[in-house]
Design a protein around this ligand. Structure first.
Ligand code: SF4
Ligand code: SF4
Length: 76
């Protein structure tokens, strides 16, 4: 919708890379983002960060997270 922007955000009360990927600690949502705007800037086994200004709101990261820790938010 014109004037609205959707972007992904991580609910850090839910996100747990040790649970969703116990072997590698790599976030599935990071792997899924073809725009490369969600990153584990502190490395494996640490929660990811979304660069919200650059997020395209495409939902790929949301569908990829097995714990539903990534959600979509809209701003006017
Ligand atoms: S956002 Fe989801 S897939 Fe990514 S580390 Fe957190 S729980 Fe795992
Ligand atoms: S909504 Fe799309 S562009 Fe934004 S972080 Fe998720 S996968 Fe990347």
């Amino acid at each position: 919708m014109q004037g609205k922007k959707a972007f992904a955000f991580v609910d850090y009360s839910i996100c747990n890379p040790r649970q969703c990927n116990a072997e590698e600690g790599i976030c599935w949502s990071v792997k899924a983002c073809t725009h490369k705007v969600i990153k584990q800037i502190d490395g494996a086994f640490e929660p990811p960060v979304v660069f919200q200004d650059l997020c395209m709101g495409c939902w790929d990261c949301i569908e990829a997270c097995p714990l539903s820790a990534v959600q979509m938010r809209e701003i006017l």
